[in-house]
Design a protein around this ligand. Structure first.
Ligand SMILES: Cc1cc2nc3c(=O)[nH]c(=O)nc-3n(C[C@H](O)[C@H](O)[C@H](O)COP(=O)(O)O)c2cc1C
Length: 125
């Protein structure tokens, strides 16, 4: 009996998907442009998985990170999982407005108490 004998691993499922592509679970978000706004809660480490879950429903995801969020998730992991450049600092291009192709939804996840407090305190337009 060899040392490996008790282990019976099935072969991987064949797939034509590229490394950064996602299998489709549905069409609920087909073509929706989602701004995924990531703040500095510990759950930020799960946002690459969240981004891919949104993509599995057809969303096009752009990640925005607060400085604190980058303590718990890396820009590289987010760029890999969204297949888009990650916005860590707004520039004169006003990436959050995206006039040429406006966002359909802004999803703040995780939303820290600090960010919720700032949103609550900001003056209404
Ligand atoms: C390890 C660790 C985990 C944290 N997790 C949370 C959290 O889950 N929720 C929260 O509101 N704040 C959390 N914080 C505090 C925020 O990081 C802190 O308030 C920060 O200033 C938020 O910045 P931001 O909202 O600009 O991203 C955590 C801090 C640390 C050190």
């Amino acid at each position: 009996m060899s040392a490996m004998e008790p282990f019976h691993f099935p072969p991987p499922t064949p797939s034509d998907l590229g490394d950064r592509e996602v299998p489709r679970d549905g069409h609920a978000l087909d073509g929706a442009r989602v701004a995924l706004m990531i703040t500095g809660g510990i759950a930020a480490f799960r946002t690459p998985t969240l981004a891919r879950a949104l993509r599995r429903q057809g969303a096009v995801v752009t990640a925005f990170c607060s400085e604190e969020a980058l303590r718990y998730v890396t820009a590289d992991a987010l760029e890999w999982s969204t297949v888009h450049p990650v916005v860590t600092r707004l520039s004169p291009h006003a990436e959050h407005l995206s006039d040429a192709a406006p966002f359909d939804a802004y999803l703040v996840a995780p939303a820290t108490a600090a960010t919720i407090g700032r949103m609550g305190a900001s003056p209404r337009a």
